[in-house]
Structures are given as structure tokens and as C-alpha cells.
Design a protein around this ligand. Structure first.
Ligand code: 5GP
Length: 190
């Protein structure tokens, strides 16, 4: 690929292991830089503003929408906005690195449409909906209702998987990381 402004989009239904695979790729390839999204939810645990997300208010987020500052944005959960800032991609490209966007399925489709020739999109899936259900249950954070909602959402998101460049099945974490590494290495070298 001749020009440098490449980007990598990683997406998945929840519970597929996307975040762990993304972290693994970030550690493996110094050429990559994590794209820090803007989000209106509260920080969790050890999360830091400007590291995990740019945590902003709903009003600030809406102003940024009006000023056309996002490459894409979505209300991923009821009342919670998440979006990729144009300035964030520009900052990473100016450092001659490749941004890695860990974003939801709809957002991923929107970014891909804007960068069809310079993006690599990875769709991570759990081996089966049954397995996904087990993983979500073992997190212990779901009520019966929220579990059912997540499973429904995941089944819906799975229907978009063929729109992405590569589908990785997270049947075994190390195997899936190896597969992701090979694909990313090829993209970096292209
Ligand atoms: P969490 O609240 O668990 O950090 O993230 C919730 C979901 O929002 C995840 O699927 C994450 O990938 C997605 N997400 C994070 N940042 C963005 C973004 O900038 N745009 C979109 N569309 N989704 C995002």
C-alpha cells in the first residue's frame, strides 16, 4: 500500500474477547497506537482520562457532533455515546503510526466505508452463541435480562460479520492471537 495513512479496526459482539486480542496486538507491534475514543460513560476501575478514553460530558459530545469532529460515533448503550475523533487519527498518523480502533460493529462499518482502501477490519467472534453465553455468565456481571439482551445483540451483530476483511474465531486465545498477529503483520508490510 503506497500511502501511509493506514488504520486497523477491531470489532466484535461483546464477550468474544476483542479487548484481550487488541491488547495483545498493541504489545506485539510498536508500529500500532491505540485510538483513544471519546465516551460519555464514567471511568471504571483503573481507567484514566486520556488513556483509556477521553471521558467527556454528553453536552461536550453533542457539541463535537455538531462541529463534525468525529469520524464516527454511536450510542452504543442507552444514553452512552462513544466516538472516534478525527484529531485522534491525525495525531497518530503524524507520529507515523497505525491507529487501532476498538469499536462496536456499527461504528466499524462506518469507518470502513470511509477508508475502504487503507483499512484492515478484523471481526472477532466467539466459537458459538452457546460459548458466548457461557463466557458472559462466567463474568458474573449479568442479570438474566441483561444476559438475554446481550445475546440478542450479539446474534444481530454476527449477521454483519461478512462485511469485514477477516473473521477470527476466538476458540483458543493463543491461537486466535497468533492468527491476528499474522494478519496484522501482513497489513503493516503491505
Ligand atoms: P466499554 O464501555 O466496555 O469500554 O465499551 C463498550 C463498547 O463500545 C465496546 O464494544 C467498544 O468497542 C465500543 N467503543 C469504544 N469506543 C468506541 C468508539 O469510538 N466508537 C464506537 N462506535 N464504539 C466504541
Amino acid at each position: 500500500m503506497a500511502d501511509n495513512n493506514k488504520l486497523i479496526i477491531i470489532t466484535a459482539p461483546s464477550g468474544a474477547g476483542k479487548t484481550s486480542i487488541t491488547r495483545h496486538l498493541m504489545k506485539t507491534f510498536p508500529q500500532l497506537a491505540f485510538s483513544i475514543s471519546a465516551a460519555t460513560r464514567q471511568p471504571r476501575g483503573t481507567e484514566k482520562d486520556g488513556v483509556d478514553y477521553h471521558f467527556i460530558t454528553i453536552e461536550e459530545f453533542q457539541t463535537k457532533i455538531q462541529h463534525n469532529e468525529f469520524v464516527e460515533w454511536e450510542m452504543v448503550y442507552e444514553g452512552k455515546y462513544y466516538g472516534t475523533l478525527k484529531t485522534e487519527l491525525a495525531r497518530i498518523w503524524s507520529e507515523n503510526k497505525i491507529p487501532v480502533l476498538d469499536i462496536d460493529v456499527k461504528g466499524a462499518i462506518h469507518v470502513q466505508q470511509q477508508y475502504p482502501d487503507s483499512s484492515l477490519s478484523l471481526f472477532i467472534q466467539a466459537p458459538s452463541v452457546e460459548e458466548l453465553k457461557k463466557r458472559l455468565e462466567s463474568r458474573g456481571t449479568e442479570t438474566a435480562e441483561s444476559l438475554a439482551a446481550r445475546i440478542n445483540k450479539a446474534s444481530y451483530e454476527l449477521s454483519f460479520k461478512d462485511q469485514f476483511n477477516k473473521i477470527i474465531t476466538n476458540d483458543d486465545f493463543h491461537r486466535a492471537c497468533g492468527e491476528a498477529e499474522d494478519i496484522v503483520a501482513g497489513f503493516i508490510a503491505s
